[in-house]
Unconditional design. Structure first.
Lengths: 349, 557
């Protein structure tokens, strides 16, 4: 009897466990559909470790919640003063050491279990397993855009981070060194990893190893000034071949066609070059995004607008219309100059 | 000596002119009047801070909304946070502590009445200074602007490079000035509780209210001092060429974070311990039972006080402190859940076997128990540092701490308003309006703050003036904003109830709740000297002993 009972129990508990895992998996499959920035739809090892821990923490706190909530509800309903109350005071109970001991020790045990699980995940995510074929990126936060430098590959770009897929057979994680040029920022792409802050004078690092190609969204998560809200993050995860091709293209200097020479002259004789670089020309400013391959990007203004000729023109004419408070000044150009300048930027592929 | 010569100058209350009354209130050193001044002052700022919150929520009701500009939005959330923490919750809690502690421990006044008045006026002028930034922050040559650096004002956003003009100076000076007020009041509370208790009231026989406020005051002294120091350092940076937080000259932004949060986390307990104090008075009276496990409650309070000084860097899990430091702050933060849990269980046990009367104060305290349970558990979630790497700085955090401050502190505070209103005014409030207030606020609170957790889980960071469509955040933000209107309606009912009852309420009598602590033994409102004769007590519930001479508490304690 006894052994059959415990077998049954083992069977039931295994069933429950399997069912829970299936539910979690189904939930994780559905999760990206709810939101492209859902923390419960991890696509990279750090985010997956956090997801696993979060399920455990949610389960424990959920059980505590149910137990205490039920007790509270029960006592509030059960011990309400009745209509036919006799008006006498209830028995005056002052306390009980046994009960106090019980509800001190049980929470301590729960806390110890939570702590052990947490400590393991901290160690696994914060350890720094540098691999030979890892990609190194330096991400520099600016008010209110992202600068990305690939020191080993000689590439500088802005706002759209490209990294290769890392598969389990041939892991190629990306290590991101986080710096800030001005105030505090935070790099948060929820499906790839937890956030890590970019703090001036305090270099940080993090790593991701996305398992599937695609575009992963996120945004700055530490208040950094007026346009904190439109300091958006886009991470392009590409198959290795596509990524290598992208790197090759980004390493080329700007190709300038003679048709846009008027626009180029405007660009190079106004304040544009104080802040922007176009590789292979005199423009070498570093306050603003590198524009050498501007047209290879899907968005402008740190993801605030899609990269269309109209948006680009509008952005140069009046940045505040797209991103009020951005540090890019309105250049006060004539319509003719504006068109020529936009045409020039359109050639920066 | 004739009777006329010792009559009070203000004996004929009706004939006093407005100026005389004003003069009396402005120059008062009476703890009850200062308490009421604190409370009214906080209510005014509650309205201001609430309107700021409502504007913030209207802006966020849908993606790419244009109700306010990003500049205005950033000022609004800075002012909302600063106002609510420093000029609403702290003053109102000091107000209740001021009013009630001498009455509960059988004293005629606080230990230092003049320091008390000084502290109140420092706090009051601190708040005015903060709002004067709207006029003066550009140096009086035009329209000013409020500070926009966030309520924790992370460096280097506060440096002169990034914060031009004087708005950050107004923020700094306001907190500096009101910080002195807070420390003054804290010293006063400690001295009063340690030195002014009536005969027979040993520390173990004080009402829990006094214990919780004693620990709170100790925390204020320990926590506000580093904040004040940090403000001075920030001023040195801004005006005397210092480089404490000036990252461009080798200063450290992380240094400010440590200074701020070693204030900021104990501050949470500074705010929540008085809320526990209200609950620990109200729940027993309306359950008709003494508080369960008094010594354990005291122990848990003191434990919270100590542990809360060692948890601050859980606000900084994402700043790159290294695995070992993170792990330390995980365990210290999780540890604080134990004494806090003990408190919830003891309140539960107090209700257990009682006869609960669902008067308005009790309704608010019962809601507090449920909500504080949830707030505590979401806190445990974020104490797991890796989970916090996702949840931190998101709307999940915003929902969590509003669950603590609104769902926990404000709910018990409303309970306290209704519970002690008869004592302070001598009039009963309207129970119907009180219950209407409770249900409206409950609905509004849950619409707003339950649903606010979800966009955080879906990756919405805090402090953004607008957000992109297509991220799955729209519906939740819409519901959150709708809840605000219910809360606003509830506040109108609340204030209406207070004002109406003050003029039209029924006389309350000395002891409308059949309660057990000393403040209910004197008149409502109490005379300036509190008690005709200084009481002497034998147990934690002196009025129970009086009412039940055959079965007094001192036989069992």
């Amino acid at each position: 009897m006894r052994s059959r009972g415990s077998n049954n129990w083992r069977f039931v508990s295994r069933q429950i466990f399997v069912w829970l895992c299936c539910a979690a998996a189904a939930f994780a499959d559905q999760a990206p559909a709810w939101s492209p920035t859902n923390i419960f739809a991890p696509a990279s090892t750090p985010a997956k470790s956090i997801f696993g821990l979060s399920l455990f923490v949610l389960a424990v706190t959920g059980v505590v919640f149910l137990v205490v909530f039920t007790l509270l509800l029960y006592s509030v309903v059960k011990f309400r003063k009745r209509r036919n109350d006799d008006g006498r005071e209830p028995p005056q109970v002052y306390g009980s050491n046994q009960v106090e001991l019980a509800w001190t020790i049980i929470p301590i045990l729960i806390v110890v279990a939570l702590f052990m699980a947490t400590a393991r995940v901290i160690a696994s995510v914060q350890k720094d397993p540098r691999l030979d074929n890892a990609i190194e990126v330096v991400a520099i936060g600016h008010q209110f855009w992202w600068e990305y430098r690939y020191p080993g590959l000689g590439v500088v770009t802005a706002n759209e981070l490209h990294v290769p897929v890392s598969d389990d057979n041939q892991p190629s994680p990306t290590f991101i060194k986080l710096l800030s040029a001005d105030t505090d920022h935070s790099f948060w792409v929820p499906r790839l990893a937890g956030k890590t802050d970019l703090i001036p004078n305090h270099p940080n690092s993090m790593w991701i190893d996305p398992h599937e190609a695609g575009v992963y969204l996120g945004q700055c998560a530490q208040y950094c000034g007026t346009q904190h809200a439109k300091m958006l993050l886009r991470v392009y995860v590409q198959q290795r071949g596509d990524f290598d091709r992208w790197i090759q293209e980004q390493r080329q200097p700007a190709t300038v066609s003679s048709a846009a020479s008027q626009g180029q002259r405007i660009f190079e004789t106004t304040a544009c070059i104080n802040c922007h670089t176009v590789e292979g020309t005199v423009a070498s400013g570093r306050f603003g995004p590198d524009l050498t391959h501007l047209m290879s990007r899907d968005t402008i203004a740190a993801g605030a607008a899609t990269n269309t000729p109209e948006n680009l023109r509008q952005w140069i004419l009046n940045p505040d219309a797209i991103k009020p408070g951005s540090l890019m000044p309105a250049m006060q150009l004539s319509d003719q100059d504006l068109n020529a300048l936009t045409a020039y930027l359109e050639t920066l592929r | 000596m004739s009777t006329e010569s010792i009559a009070w100058p203000s004996a004929s209350a009706e004939s006093r002119s407005f100026v005389d009354t004003l003069h009396e209130w402005v120059t008062t050193v009476d703890h009850k009047r200062l308490g009421i001044l604190y409370i009214i002052y906080a209510l005014v700022f509650l309205l201001i801070g609430g309107i700021e919150a409502a504007i913030i929520r209207i802006q966020l009701i849908r993606p790419h909304n244009n109700f306010v500009s990003p500049q205005v939005f950033n000022r609004l959330f800075t002012m909302h946070g600063t106002t609510m923490i420093f000029f609403v919750v702290m003053p109102v809690l000091f107000g209740f502590a001021n009013y009630l502690i001498p009455l509960m421990i059988g004293a005629r006044d606080m230990a230092f009445p003049r320091l008390n008045a000084f502290s109140f006026w420092m706090t009051a002028f601190g708040g005015l200074l903060l709002y004067f930034s709207l006029v003066g922050a550009n140096g009086l040559y035009g329209a000013g602007n409020a500070p926009d650096v966030g309520w924790f004002a992370y460096a280097p956003l506060t440096s002169r490079t990034f914060s031009v003009g004087h708005s950050t100076d107004f923020w700094t000076l306001a907190l500096l000035v009101s910080g002195f007020g807070s420390i003054g009041t804290a010293i006063n509370i400690v001295a009063t509780i340690l030195c002014m208790r009536c005969q027979g009231m040993t520390l173990a026989k004080m009402p829990l209210f006094a214990w919780l406020n004693l620990v709170m005051a100790g925390l204020v002294i320990l926590a506000v001092s580093p904040l004040t120091a940090a403000q001075i350092m920030l001023l040195v940076d801004r005006y005397l060429g210092g480089h404490f937080f000036d990252t461009q000259a080798g200063g450290s932004a992380v240094f400010w974070m440590h200074f701020f949060w070693i204030f900021g986390h104990p501050e949470v307990y500074v705010l929540v311990l008085p809320a526990f104090a209200f609950a620990s008075e109200i729940i027993p009276v309306f359950s008709r039972k003494p508080i369960f496990g008094y010594p354990v409650m005291v122990g848990a309070t003191v434990a919270i006080g100590f542990i809360s000084m060692s948890v601050w860097a859980h606000h900084m899990f994402t700043v790159g402190m290294g695995a070992n430091v993170n792990t330390f702050f995980v365990i210290s933060t999780m540890a604080i859940a134990v004494p806090t849990g003990i408190k919830i269980f003891n309140w539960l046990a107090t209700i257990w076997g009682g006869k609960i009367e669902f008067k308005t104060p009790m309704l608010f305290c019962i809601a507090f128990l449920f909500q504080f349970l949830i707030a505590g558990l979401t806190g445990v979630m974020m104490s797991a540092a890796p989970f916090d790497w996702q949840l931190g700085s998101s709307y999940f955090v915003v929902a969590h701490f509003h669950y603590v401050i609104v769902g926990g502190i404000l709910f018990t505070l409303f309970g306290a308003f209704y519970y002690w209103f008869p004592k302070m005014s001598g009039r009963m409030y309207s129970e119907t309006l009180g219950k209407l207030h409770f249900w409206l606020f409950l609905i509004g609170f849950h619409l707003t703050f339950d649903f606010m957790h979800i966009p955080g889980l879906l990756g919405m960071p805090r402090r953004i003036y607008t957000y992109e469509p297509g991220r799955g955040w729209d519906t939740w933000n819409f519901i959150v904003t709708i809840g605000v209107f219910f809360q606003a309606a509830a506040i109108v009912v609340f204030l209406g109830n207070l004002i109406w009852s003050y003029f039209r309420g029924k006389a309350a009598g000395n002891d409308p709740w059949d309660a057990w602590t000393l403040e209910w033994s004197t008149n409502s409102p109490p005379p300036a000297y509190n008690f005709y004769t200084i009481p002497s007590v034998q147990s934690r519930r002196p009025l129970w002993d009086l009412k039940h001479p055959d079965d007094p508490d001192w036989k069992y304690e």
